[in-house]
Ligand binder design. Structure first.
Ligand SMILES: [Mn+2]
Length: 367
């Protein structure tokens, strides 16, 4: 059987909105024409509550996909227990199957595969969740078994309390598939796969690699990577030493004009590194930002490196900030609150003080 594995399409991603749609659609359309079944590993959407525009466009697209799609939700789509997330909504629309601490068997021409899925949980709850998965889903004998995850894994992501490849292998699945990590990875002799995202989100060196999806063959027990048409991403660096402002302006201008001339459609990022002449501030440099040209000014960075690093990390980790808040709250409130659900209050407060108040008032009414 041929199994297409797609992950992290981030449909609706604001910076490259149109790319997020066309590249997701290209992956699913290609998979639909070549595979028997399609597995999706989370972060279909970029937000927990996508706009009606975005939902409408994806529902109408998935109605045209003929092969069955089994999907889990990612951290970008995760909502509180009891709240419908957008992947669950697609199941209600009848266009995909949403798996979460559950499994289904798919059969074609007498061959069966077992597909288990666990939607994203916060990093600090990953091990517990895997234990719950082991208890609630029994792997049947004699059937090719697959586990779909959307988690950080220690071997690829820096962090504490993360899941480890060794533990994943011991679960006993024939194939473990993971989303969340946007670069393509392979481990455990091909029994662990990360296909990577279909859209560029971080503008890192790793993302200059082709985007696409994996096609796993259950007979050959191996996969091939299938690239999809994707807007080209070019990353270049310019290094300066005690440079004058006009020298920087000129060189950066020349390089961006040349790259743009050769690649009219590409996403281009130019990183300016090194040092400026004494007394000139990096902030005195001005560059036009033409939508898909990113001029990244890191000149004299050593002088204010700590600040920049903190700001950049904060921006990139908006979501994990939420996760950190949630984790801290869970720890502090463990067993202490009976009147309300701490995480529900957290979510309500995150939307605003009034929502928080309304939530508490709702809980204090006599049952
Ligand atoms: Mn993602």
């Amino acid at each position: 059987m041929k199994i297409a594995v797609i992950a992290d399409t981030h449909v609706g991603y604001p910076r490259f909105y149109e790319d997020s749609f066309t590249q997701a659609e290209a992956a699913f359309r290609d998979a639909d024409s070549k595979a028997d079944v399609i597995l999706f590993l989370g972060d279909l959407y970029d937000t927990r509550v996508p706009s009606l525009q975005i939902l409408g466009r994806t529902i109408s697209f998935f109605r045209s996909v003929k092969k069955p799609v089994y999907a889990i939700h990612g951290n970008h789509e995760r909502r509180n227990k009891g709240s419908l997330n957008p992947v669950g909504l697609l199941e209600k629309a009848g266009v995909i199957n949403h798996l979460n601490f559950s499994a289904e068997t798919f059969e074609k021409n007498g061959e069966k595969i077992f597909i288990a899925g666990m939607g994203n949980v916060p990093d600090d709850l990953g091990k517990k969740a895997l234990e719950r998965m082991r208890e609630s889903v029994q792997i049947p004998e004699g059937v090719f078994s697959i586990l779909m995850l959307h988690q950080s894994v220690k071997e690829f992501v820096f962090g504490e309390e993360l899941l480890e490849l060794d533990a994943l292998e011991k679960l006993g699945y024939d194939l473990v598939l993971n989303g969340h990590i946007h670069a393509r990875k392979e481990a455990l002799d091909g029994k662990f796969l990360i296909p990577g995202s279909t859209v560029i989100t971080q503008l890192t060196k790793e993302e200059t690699q082709p985007r696409g999806y994996c096609m796993y063959d259950t007979n050959a027990k191996k996969h091939e990577f299938i690239p999809i048409p994707c807007r080209k991403f070019i990353l270049e660096e310019l290094d300066f030493k005690d440079a004058k402002l006009n020298e920087v302006q000129e060189k950066a201008g020349e390089l961006s004009a040349r790259l743009r001339g050769e690649n009219p459609e590409a996403i281009i990022r130019i990183i300016l590194k090194g040092t400026l002449e004494r007394g000139i501030r990096a902030s005195d440099l001005a560059f036009g930002d033409g939508g898909s040209l990113f001029m990244d000014n890191k000149l004299n960075e050593h002088a204010f490196r700590a600040d920049i690093k903190a700001i950049r990390e904060m921006r990139e980790k908006k979501l994990s900030m939420r996760e950190m808040g949630e984790a801290r709250m869970r720890k502090k409130m463990d067993g202490k609150a009976t009147l309300f659900e701490p995480l529900e209050l957290f979510e309500a407060l995150a939307s605003g003080a009034e929502e928080g108040m309304a939530y508490l008032q709702g809980r204090m009414k006599p049952a």
